[in-house]
Design a protein around this ligand. Structure first.
Ligand code: SRM
Ligand code: SF4
Length: 574
């Protein structure tokens, strides 16, 4: 196979991370040794870079940082562990394992992520190996949950069309499997696997798709089943839109070049929506994924990490260049795009009966945090449900959970458990809250500039009375918040978004498409809570009074002139 850099058009020196990957001997580095170092709860920066590929980030509790600093203690180092499950589907046994390790090794909470994975926070270095082993014993994995590789493949968990969901889910699994790193490093380091190859190995067999330096940056794939765009297919590096005719899966439209991350005030970085480039059959999806990934491997920017995502490779070279390159590598051509239509990108809550005759219940979990808090015993409740459930659990792309495939006989029992533990579809909340997402941010995220998960519910308490007054409590409006412009809750696609700038300060964006099909636009910069509420109130009132039949909030704010429509990422900052 070719060295990844032979074709690279970027002549600038490679970034430090590229050197770390290259000399890591396929993600081994000195992890085995540094994990055992008894002197510190941390690991060196080079190994930390490699840890990401193994599904973990070193963090420290930022709430404790100043105090520990004053006491001349090292930061409270801990590790975040991300557990991947393609399409977010897990068995009750796997749920129980996550619940157990969260209590035993982490901070007693399970975090459901915006990409249908699990996160554990607060695992200390000396417990990492045991935690990862228990995860793997339950047939889940942390490998490639982070790092410059393909990440968890997202898949619509739509329970209305169980047959099609089942099929699309299978394809998501196959893509995921095919693009998994093949290095034995993970087995050697975490699972006491035998060391098969030594550092002299030239890697021919080790990583046939990625090669020795993997991808220039993370890579994300999602599969949507219209009319739901809950996976936010246009935010994915590579997306697939299922085309269903007469109830049967015919294939997929392919989208490329989406992405959310940017830096405040740097127009060279921007969020982008993917472009729909053609159609392929189900049997062709793995081939399309592999060839797309290899194009990014060979042409992505390895010198500037901020410019290394696939969206920039496409924008710099043009979509026609990409399509030609893809067709050349495939040795066949995509067919013309087929018609499709998305209605929304949020979740649909409560019970539905699927085509398999089984029942599915989507419950609302605020910002994906599963925990017991006072009278709210969500974590215990889900544990008790998992003990008797014989179907599956499906993590949604909006940080919620579906208790899937409940038989008619079991439905009543489930309802009793829901009642006992206060588990609901969120009907007591406004539709705005039920369409909300916030990223983790403080105290664990090292990149957070402001609160997000801990603050959005509080802000919502203040926005909800405003909605009540305007008669909009049940109006579905998508609102998202992140603690920085990396975009982990995909805020740039929300109708209303707040992106952290500094403690207590946010940039406010308006005008995203209700179906996740249009980026929003900056409305106000660097504002605190008082100004957020002051800014929002007149717009909410105006919308209640002047909206057209069926007009969504994001469309209204553009028509009413609050913000300009953004047609592509290049317009985002203008
Ligand atoms: Fe993210 C980095 C959390 C989905 C874009 N993301 C991080 C880190 C690991 C912070 C870090 O690098 O030190 C955060 C860990 C916080 C913590 O304490 O847990 C973090 N990202 C998350 C999660 C948990 C947010 C959530 O609240 O659910 C999501 C985990 C997904 C998963 O299960 O795999 C998560 N991150 C996303 C998404 C949404 C998506 O993928 O659909 C995005 C935007 C889409 C995209 O990638 O373009 C996203 N995360 C980023 C970026 C910006 C990447 C870029 O293109 O510039 C970073 C920073 C980076 O990579 O350098 C980042
Ligand atoms: Fe952290 Fe920023 Fe991602 Fe939020 S958006 S989790 S603050 S990196």
């Amino acid at each position: 196979m070719s060295d990844n850099n032979l074709i690279s058009p970027h002549s600038a020196p490679h970034s430090e991370v590229e050197h770390i990957k290259r000399k890591s001997n396929y993600l081994r580095g000195s992890l085995t040794e540094t994990l055992q170092d008894p002197i510190t709860g941390s690991i060196p920066e080079d190994d930390n870079r490699l840890m990401k590929f193994h599904g973990s980030y070193m963090q420290d509790d930022r709430d404790l940082r100043n105090e520990r600093n004053k006491q001349k203690l090292e930061p409270a180092y801990q590790f975040m562990l991300r557990v991947r499950a393609a399409g977010g589907v897990v068995t009750p046994e796997q749920w129980l394992m996550m619940d157990r390790v969260a209590q035993k090794y982490a901070n007693d909470t399970i975090r459901l992520t915006t990409r249908q994975s699990f996160q554990l926070h607060g695992v200390i270095k000396w417990n990492l190996k045991q935690t990862i082993q228990e995860v793997n014993d339950a047939m889940l994995s942390t490998l490639a949950a982070c790092g410059d590789v393909n990440r968890n493949v997202m898949c619509n968990p739509n329970p209305y069309q169980s047959d099609v969901h089942g099929e699309v889910y299978e394809w998501a699994g196959r893509i995921s499997e095919h693009l998994n790193p093949r290095t034995r490093a993970y087995h050697e380091i975490w699972l006491d696997g035998e060391k098969v190859l030594d550092s002299q190995d030239n890697g021919e067999g080790q990583e046939p798709i990625y090669g020795p330096v993997y991808l220039p940056r993370k890579f994300k794939i999602g599969m949507a089943i219209p009319p739901s765009n809950d996976v936010d297919v246009f935010s994915q590096d590579l997306g697939y839109i299922a085309i269903i005719e007469d109830g049967k899966l015919k294939g997929f439209n392919v989208t490329v070049g989406g992405g959310m991350g940017m830096s405040h005030g740097d127009p060279k970085t921007y969020p982008q929506v993917g472009q729909v480039i053609g159609f392929c059959t189900p049997e062709q999806v793995v081939d399309v994924a592999e060839k797309t990934v290899t194009i990014q491997r060979d042409y992505g920017d390895r010198s500037v990490r901020k410019h290394a995502r696939f969206k920039y490779t496409i924008d710099d070279r043009g979509i026609d260049w990409f399509i030609k390159e893809l067709h050349d590598r495939l040795a066949w051509k995509l067919e013309p795009v087929r018609p499709y239509h998305f209605d929304h990108n949020g979740d649909r809550y409560g019970w539905v009966k699927g085509s398999n005759g089984k029942w599915h219940f989507t419950l609302f979990i605020q910002n994906g945090r599963v925990q017991d808090e006072g009278d709210n015993r969500l974590m215990t409740g889900l544990r008790e449900i998992a003990k008797v459930h014989t179907g599956d659990f499906r993590l949604t792309p909006n940080q919620n959970l579906i208790i899937g495939s409940v038989s008619s006989q079991k439905k009543k029992k489930m309802e009793e458990l829901f009642k006992e533990y206060g588990i609901t579809e969120g009907g007591q909340h406004s539709a705005l809250r039920r369409n909300s997402m916030a990223c983790v941010a403080l105290p664990t995220c090292g990149l957070a500039m402001a609160e997000s998960e801990r603050y959005l519910p509080e802000l919502m308490n203040k926005i909800e009375p405003m909605l009540d007054e305007a008669g909009l409590r049940d109006e579905e409006i998508v609102i998202r918040m992140t603690g920085c412009p990396n975009g982990c809750a995909r805020p740039m696609l929300a109708e209303i978004a707040f992106i952290g700038k500094a403690p207590g300060k946010y940039n406010m964006y308006l005008g995203g498409g209700f179906a996740g099909n249009r980026l929003n636009k900056l409305y106000k910069e660097n504002i605190g809570e008082a100004e957020i509420l002051e800014s929002l109130k007149p717009i909410v009132g105006h919308y209640a009074k002047d909206r057209r039949e069926g007009e969504h909030f994001g469309d209204f704010v553009i028509r009413a002139g609050y913000v300009k429509e953004v047609r592509s990422g290049q317009d985002f900052h203008s």
